[in-house]
Design a binder for this molecule. Sequence first.
Ligand SMILES: *Cc1c(COP(=O)(O)O)cnc(C)c1O
Length: 611
Amino acid sequence: MPINNYGINIWGDANYIIEDSEVTLNHLSKPSLLSIVNEIRQSGLRGPIILRFPHLIQKQIETLYTTFRRSIQEVNYKGEFKAVFPLKVNQFPQVVEAITTHGKAFNYGLEAGSKAELILAMSQTSSGAPITVNGFKDTEMISLGFMAAQMGHNITLTIEGLAELESIVEVSKACNLKIPSIGIRLRLHSSGSGVWAKSGGSDAKFGLSATELLEAINLLRENDLLDYFHMVHFHIGSQMEDITPLKRALREAGNIYAELKKMGAEKLHAINIGGGLAIEYAQHSADRLRTYTIEEFSNDVVFLLGDIMNKKGVEHPDIFTESGRFIVASHAVLITPVLELFSQDHQEKSLRIKESNPPLIEELLELNKLVNAKNSIEYLHDALDHMESLFTLFDLGYIDLQDRSNAEILVHVIIKKALRLSKGYPTTELEKLQIRLQEHYLINASIFQSLPDYWGLGQRFPIMPLHKLDEPALRSANLWDITCDSDGEIGFSSSSPLYLHDVDLDEEEYFLGFFNVGAYQETLGMNHNLFSHPTECSVIIGKEGYSIENIDEASSLLKVIASLGYDETQILIQLKNSLARSTFITEEEKSDTLQKLELYLYQNSYLRTTN
Ligand SMILES: *Cc1c(COP(=O)(O)O)cnc(C)c1O
């Protein structure tokens, strides 16, 4: 039995289990994450690694479709369920390939929000699968939509404002290309919940108000385009933690749909409910985020829409979703070696008590000896007070460095004893002290590159060691990344702590996994301090074993520098010349140094020492 399962039962969705003290995939041959990582590192690769598991993408796609199809069957809903994957959530080729491969059976399509994403969608979607296009569009982007239609794609351009509709009219008049389907994004007065809930609401960045909708219908009719108007769309925001706002939006959008049908939008046949299906990231039950299941979500959508249409005597529309986070969040794990532990825990064994000590040190020794459950808080305050005085004495030159070190150690030991003795009486002061005693684990990764939503939004991700799960993890931890930025830190409060193992990194390696990082983190991540996208690969798990595919190593130092616009060759020449001109070493040493330098330049920018 694992001593601490790190909430794997809360966030893990049965994708992982703990077996033989390691995190193991709960699929077919059940390899452990550590065995996969070790195999990749055998080739000499170092630094953080993103492991992708396409079977988890497949699982999510299947879950989405089967759940909606079941709801549809249960209430005898007449429309069909359709879905597209919003590329902005993860555009990396290995991810898009898994999506198009496993989505084929369902005719799963892609959603694009920019010209580049539209080109990706046009080139990656299997023919017949839907493409939807959201976001602001210029005439060029609209022309691209016409080209896609001409190429045979089932594409819908969702307009965000009247000006875009005018551009569609303009392009349709200017060319003979096939006309794409037209969608209209609704500006609803109901809005979402959670950190990302800025997409809905009447002050939202996107969508048409009721008045604009009426104008749009007129414009379409006047230009003989009304028959191309096929879809209404809304999106109330990402990571929707509660279902109530969605229900409100569905009622509003459903009624708008029915009204539009009655107004003569005969070919209108689909409601696109956007994305927003949430993922559970919490590691402690008290922090749970999502308050509904996918079954509840799909039942609500299907039932509510059916109910509105029945009441208004309108045919049931097809239901489109654009959930992205739900599809890809779970497929990726970031694995980072721990490079160092910065012990805040001053050990009593390092004390070097002198024959004769300053009186305040003698007092600290007494406090340490006599601290008990009754006096712990009082003694703790005395100790902190003495430490301040001792620091002042040191600044004034009255005590030496050994005295100062002894003071630091004694005070830390007293704090630890006081914390232990006063358990059950948590005060804010004690909580703050507890955090001061946290061990800092240095991880070989950049939070800015790999967990930008933690940096920007305080979004938590599940974190746990990949191994040693049969040993007690007693160190209250705090994580530091390797950027030179004080924001490159993941802190933990005493109410939701992370406990890690006490490891001697000279003796053994220690790996942490950051889970559910497959949505948004990768293209949002930035090269702060010039740490680039980590090494990535896909792992295909079979009945007998697994295979590691498409290992794509993090960019080399030179490539990272070149990506900023520097000339690689120029840099290389400059470094070589400087070395050649240097003095006091032999030609042989120069050539050895040059060889080493060249090796470094072609390695990735993450640290290689120890791990
Ligand atoms: C971002 C976005 C989505 C995806 O949202 P998720 O929360 O990832 O499901 C869907 N549709 C639109 C229009 C979006 O902007």
